[in-house]
Design a protein around this ligand. Structure first.
Ligand SMILES: Cc1cc2nc3c(=O)[nH]c(=O)nc-3n(C[C@H](O)[C@H](O)[C@H](O)COP(=O)(O)O)c2cc1C
Length: 208
């Protein structure tokens, strides 16, 4: 089993990456494979609501979002890491997730998800809520830890995260919980427990 960990920080080896490394090392100790994907610093286009993806055609833009979306079958779980910018995930992470979930979200149904935030001081829990919203609209079990998943550090200062012992422990517990849930899901599948059949979708706009 394999987990995809997204590093949505512009800093490839910054605080967000340090937190994700702790999750990844724990997953590996627990026998789960994983890889960190750095989103880079180039802009990612927003969703333009063109509707191209309706009918499983994927996103109209061919870029890092489509590349990830086209390979989601290879992953059993998703961890999204972002620094906190003005009490939210970065615009880059939100553009990435808007398009990934809108165009390829079906491939993530039933797979555990977790958000990881890095901030200097605060705004972390609002950002945590924001990322968890993607999972909870998409039938994904949300993996929890012993605290809300965040670490503290100034920009591009993984040495500061090193001092955040509680933050790093939170990441290790998250890794263990993700590994445990993946094993439970695997066992459940062997026992014939799969996802309930989907009802025909009701889609209302409250305009009547
Ligand atoms: C534009 C911008 C906005 C930021 N806003 C916040 C904020 O609202 N709260 C906070 O605690 N830190 C804020 N920070 C600091 C980063 O979130 C923090 O240093 C983070 O740990 C950096 O992670 P990184 O090294 O992975 O980039 C901001 C940084 C930038 C560049």
């Amino acid at each position: 089993m394999k987990v995809l960990l997204i590093n949505g920080s512009p800093h490839k080896n910054g605080c967000t990456n340090r937190a994700l490394e702790e999750v990844l090392q724990t997953l590996k100790k627990d026998g789960i494979d994983g890889e960190i994907l750095y989103l880079g610093t180039a802009p990612i286009a927003d969703c333009i609501a063109c509707g191209h993806c309706h009918g499983s055609k994927g996103c109209v833009f061919q870029d890092i979002v489509s590349k990830v979306g086209e390979h989601l079958e290879e992953y059993d779980g998703l961890v999204v890491g972002s620094p906190v910018y003005y009490a939210g995930p970065t615009a880059l992470v939100q553009a990435f997730l808007d398009r990934l979930f809108y165009a390829y979200g079906d491939k993530l149904v039933g797979k555990p998800g977790a958000a990881v935030l890095s901030c200097r001081r605060s705004g972390n829990t609002a950002s945590f809520d924001r990322i968890n919203k993607y999972f909870t609209i998409n039938r994904m079990p949300v993996v929890s830890s012993q605290y809300w998943n965040n670490v503290h550090g100034a920009q591009n200062s993984p040495a500061e995260v090193e001092k955040d012992e509680e933050g790093l422990q939170t990441m290790r517990v998250l890794g263990h919980e993700m590994a445990r849930l993946l094993r439970l899901i695997e066992l459940g599948k062997k026992e014939g427990i799969s996802f309930v059949p989907e009802e025909p979708r009701i889609f209302t706009n409250f305009h009547h």
